[in-house]
Design a protein around this ligand. Sequence first.
Ligand SMILES: [Zn+2]
Length: 260
Amino acid sequence: MKVTTGIKCDAKRIKAGGAAFRIGEELGSPHPRELDLKDLAMYRNVLVREGEIKGAEGRLLRKGKNGVIHVRRGIVPEGRRRFTIAHELGHWELHEEYSQLLCSAEDMRDYGRSPLEVEANCFAAELLMPNSHFRSACGTLEPSMALIESLASDFQTTLTSTAIRFADVSKRKVVVIYHQNGLIRWSYSDPRKKLLFVVPGKPLPAYSSATLELAEVSNRMEHYDDADWFPQVTWEKPDVLEETKRMSGLNGGLTLLWFP
Ligand SMILES: [Zn+2]
């Protein structure tokens, strides 16, 4: 598995977010709830259609100055459907050299593997969770899955993108970890906060909120005495709280770590 850290992608992430920020500004920086993405796409010369797509969530076709976004019919919840449109719009705005792009559900959760997908996700995050609106919604609230779910519902976007956005925008020191089949696929924290790194590709730590039986796991941020997320650290282990949202069907989940 090829993995890059968030730090290497940082300049491109910022550029992608900047492209979405400028579009928001052109529109008068509305709350994204008031943003009709199909209208916005049309305004950018892109028609959004919903229909059957085999093995993918979204597809962008480009012909000259015009584009078509196909979104798989039946994507639920609404936040996931909106994120898919925003992601494809990101490809439209950022990746002019591609006449066709096909994006899977995994691509929508990609924050480390393909730079193209990471950029489209960063664009979608800024479009659906503009910095100014998101910052005031976060306030000084403490991280928890309940808070991330509530923000995702308020901004009508996905859980994963909201957790990443929280790690970036909130002042809290948070690491977001995506794992599947017992392995850490990627981890993300705001590079400016210089937090300890959770190494991708490694097995999940035993006795953590991500690995214990569901009945033994709390549904709030908690300290797990025997969970070691930082095996590379040989000095005193940091105090960390954690909570995991299991993603049924993916044999995976999303974990929040918080250095309080
Ligand atoms: Zn994509």
